[in-house]
Design a protein around this ligand. Structure first.
Ligand SMILES: [Zn+2]
Length: 323
């Protein structure tokens, strides 16, 4: 790996023309094929942008996904998706429901992976919503046990990972935003993710969103992946001290962009965050990326943040004499 390799976590914002097209399709005013062409256009534009600014490992930007769990749920047998359910505040989302035995009717994300990888010589990540998160975010009417449901997801997501690998994916990321929600279920996360990643040759990454990292720290080295991707832009010094005392035995993707803030970081700010990471981690095992998916930012904000990130990495690479 190059020192301070750069990547993105997954989602990127949808351009206005795609947001409008999705609304039109939902109202029956646009055909699915026309929507798909616009999703392809947006995906191609995001790939071109990432190449242009010099990101090393690309993402397809998930322009064809609404919600990460719903997208997989819609493509699995044994699942239905509810109407809009109110979550906190005025946010509405569709809840996946497990109604029968879970099966994969066919590849889910492989077609989009091939489309994206076919447009660039740089590696594009294969992206899987993890088995624990799929279980945690779904309403279960069939299994009656959180463990059984998670392991059923794990078995079919392993097939998906195999298919991504066969299609040429060199890096496969498992998204587990729900990982830190229940510390007592971390052994289940380890078991389920292990089923997904078992025997893969591709580099495996686990992304998790912000949680009480200090509480779950003991599990970091037990997660059966090659790379752990964490939100670190606002990390505490205590956590950094913990990494120093109890070294991570795998690569880390270190988030340096606050994805919840409209404010675009300065190059100096990001460089300082990278330096903080370099004080602890081996640069060959240190990947630099945003904290999380950027889909909640505007297209302009996301682009500006990613550009600052790549520029900051260049500055730091030069200062340290990394090739
Ligand atoms: Zn995240």
């Amino acid at each position: 790996m190059t020192a301070l390799e750069t990547t993105s976590v997954g989602s990127l914002p949808k351009p206005d023309y795609l947001v409008r097209a999705r609304a039109q399709t939902a109202r029956g005013k646009m055909k699915a094929a026309a929507l798909r062409r616009l999703e392809q256009r947006a995906t191609a534009e995001w790939l071109a942008f990432q190449e242009e600014i010099g990101i090393d490992v690309l993402v397809d930007g998930e322009q064809y996904r609404g919600d990460m769990a719903t997208y997989f749920a819609e493509n699995l047998d044994g699942m239905e998706v509810s109407g809009l359910v109110r979550s906190y505040g005025n946010r509405y989302y569709k809840k996946p429901i497990i109604t029968g035995e879970l099966r994969r009717a066919g590849p889910i994300s492989v077609g989009w992976f091939k489309f994206a990888q076919g447009r660039t010589r740089k590696p594009v990540k294969g992206m899987i919503t993890g088995p624990y998160t799929m279980m945690d975010w779904s309403f279960d009417e069939h299994y009656g046990s959180r463990e059984e449901a998670a392991l059923a997801f794990a078995a079919l997501l392993h097939q998906e990972a195999r298919d991504l690998e066969a299609a040429g994916a060199k890096v496969i990321q498992v998204d587990e935003p729900a990982l830190a929600t229940r510390a007592d279920e971390l052994p289940l996360v380890v078991k389920a993710v292990g089923i997904v990643t078992k025997g893969l040759d591709a580099k495996t990454v686990l992304h998790t969103c912000y949680g009480n990292y200090e509480e779950i720290y003991g599990y970091f080295n037990r997660l059966p992946v090659d790379q752990l991707d964490l939100e670190m832009s606002n990390s505490s010094l205590d956590l950094m001290e913990r990494f120093r005392r109890d070294p991570l035995k795998k690569e880390i993707a270190f988030g340096v962009l606050d994805v919840h803030s409209h404010v675009v970081e300065t190059r100096a700010q990001v460089a300082e965050r990278i330096e903080r990471a370099l004080a602890i981690f081996d640069p060959q095992k240190l990947v630099i990326d945003p904290d999380c998916g950027l889909k909640t930012r505007t297209v302009d904000e996301a682009k500006a943040k990613l550009e600052v990130m790549v520029q900051a990495v260049r500055v730091v690479r030069e200062e340290h004499g990394f090739a």
